[in-house]
Write a protein that binds this ligand. Structure first.
Ligand SMILES: [Zn+2]
Length: 106
């Protein structure tokens, strides 16, 4: 398992996880529930780990492309919406839940 990315927000880590999963890459999120003791990672840092070592390079490229897409508004955090039905998290460019098929209301 290899470390891919450190996200400041749990939500960002989840979006990346979902993004990579859509390309068939399995990841694991670590650190979500850290309390931030002395000498440890500060709270709210989420690490995204690629399960299979050989997929790390591909995941890294996908992540880079993903961040390029969001470069137009670097000051703004990633936007997302959460499905009210199954609580899956999506980027705003998707209007339909890929988990349960629910259409976004607005
Ligand atoms: Zn859903």
């Amino acid at each position: 398992m290899k470390l891919l990315y450190q996200a400041r927000l749990a939500i960002e880590a989840h979006i990346i996880k979902n993004h990579l999963l859509s390309y068939g890459i399995d990841t694991q999120i670590k650190g979500e529930h850290l309390t931030g003791g002395i000498g440890e990672l500060p709270a709210n840092v989420c690490e995204v780990w690629v399960i299979k070592d050989e997929e790390r390079d591909r995941a890294s490229n996908l992540l880079q492309a993903f961040h390029q897409q969001h470069k137009q508004s670097p000051q703004k955090p990633l936007e997302y919406w959460q499905c009210p039905q199954c609580h899956e998290i999506h980027e705003t460019c998707f209007t339909q839940c890929w988990q349960c098929g629910l259409e976004q209301a607005s």
